[in-house]
Design a protein. Structure first.
Length: 427
């Protein structure tokens, strides 16, 4: 790795290229360099243990094919790389960009100061290359680097070509919130804004700036990003625009810790099935569930809701019709669980147990596994189905689940316990 400048630091060379053969003796190498054919010179320039002075000589070879081999050779001295960084051949500069972009982030504070300075000079030249493809290679190689100059990263992040800016904007740890806000304020293309919205972590200020950009694709990326922190105020902005932007609906409903005000606003425009998903995901209390569903009922009355089952009112009608016909079986409930028709399952449990809806909701919403198992026992469902309802409806964590008996698959709770919990929740 740039061994002529680095010196003997115990660095390992790459393995010899397959089929390259042994390096010629020094005198023979000099003859090939002076009078060999293009192919002979290119082959010689491929040897990573070739004498540095010959590689330096080859950096000015009249053949681009030879210079390309020198550019990608990790044994080439940095002085030669400096020459190649301004080569007229685009392929030479691309090959050099791949190599230097990989090597520079590996420099440590212990490296010789002259080495570091020279290597960064090569990198700086390539990072400002007229060819976007060369700059893009550098951006791709440096996107996660934390030991290169920040000003270089910021310049790449502000590049007008998205193939250059996007990798750095999405991944660079050197860009802080202030940097990202400045870049957004400068007016950037949609692809660059989407890259910022995909970053592993995004604070509330940057999230608000993305939303304020009115870029639909970028906001979609932001809503899908679990590492993005979004304030209640910003959620309000999103909710104001979201009715006419259906791509936002699912990722918005899938967000964690949505403000209650936002959830009620969401219920006024997303599909009824997404409202049910919103209720299930956030484990809302009975009063808030009624508030949210009342918003949807008003939409149903106005004819604004067109997605029939699994829409909530239709779920109750379907469960009631099946129960009246004597067809509300465990298989029907199990099938509903598989297709995530959670509203139907809740209605079915009310009908199968004969309990008040408020009691069923309490048993499902308190995350008490024994209460859920008791509810399923009362509905005359199996212990296996009770396990599914614990997971999919009550959202009970795996370590608290009550599994069927290992002996025969029956309920592992005793009849006395089941009766006690039924009475407890029914009070």
């Amino acid at each position: 790795m740039l061994s002529w400048i680095f010196g003997n630091k115990g660095r390992k060379r790459k393995k010899k290229r397959p089929g390259l053969g042994p390096k010629p003796a020094y005198e023979e190498s000099k003859k090939i360099a002076a009078k060999g054919t293009v192919q002979e010179r290119a082959t010689l320039a491929s040897h990573e243990d070739l004498e540095p002075e010959i590689l330096y000589y080859f950096a000015a070879d009249k053949s681009p094919k030879v210079r390309q081999q020198v550019a990608q050779n990790t044994g080439t001295p940095l002085q030669a790389d400096l020459i190649l960084a301004r080569d007229t051949d685009e392929e030479v500069r691309r090959e050099l960009a791949y190599k230097i972009g990989q090597l520079v982030p590996q420099l440590t504070p212990d490296e010789n100061e002259r080495v570091t300075t020279m290597a960064l000079e090569v990198l700086e030249i390539l990072a400002q290359d007229a060819l976007p493809q060369v700059r893009a290679i550098i951006a791709q190689e440096l996107k996660r680097a934390s030991t290169v100059p920040k000003k270089m990263i910021k310049r790449l992040a502000e590049d007008i070509d998205e193939i250059v800016s996007v990798p750095v904007l999405e991944y660079s740890p050197l860009l802080n919130s202030r940097d990202l806000l400045e870049i957004i304020d400068s007016g950037i293309k949609s692809g660059a804004l989407e890259a910022i919205a995909r970053r592993d972590t995004i604070d509330v200020a940057v999230a608000d700036a993305v939303v304020s950009s009115d870029d639909e694709s970028a906001v979609t990326e932001l809503l899908s990003n679990k590492g993005a922190k979004i304030s209640e105020k910003t959620y309000g902005k999103i909710a104001d625009q979201a009715p006419s932007k259906p791509l936002w609906h699912l990722p918005l409903v899938s967000r964690d810790n949505l403000p209650i005000k936002t959830m009620k606003r969401i219920a006024s425009f997303v599909s009824a099935s997404l409202v049910e998903a919103l209720i299930e995901r956030n484990n809302l209390n009975a009063e808030l569930i009624d508030d949210v569903r009342q918003v949807v009922r008003k939409r149903i009355e106005r004819g604004d809701v067109t997605d029939a089952p699994p829409e909530m009112e239709a779920a109750g009608d379907r469960a009631q019709n099946l129960h009246t016909a004597g067809k509300l079986t465990e298989k029907v409930v199990d099938d509903a669980l598989e297709r995530l028709d959670n509203a139907f399952v809740r209605h079915a449990l009310v009908l199968l147990t004969g309990l008040e809806k408020s009691v069923v909701d309490k048993m499902l919403n308190t995350k008490n596994a024994k209460g859920v198992v008791t509810l399923c026992w009362k509905a005359e469902l199996s212990a296996e189905t009770a396990l599914k309802i614990q997971r999919k409806i009550a959202r009970i964590q795996s370590q608290f689940l009550i599994h069927p008996s290992r002996l025969d698959g029956s309920f592992s709770m005793s009849p006395a316990d089941l009766q006690w919990y039924l009475e407890f929740f029914s009070e």
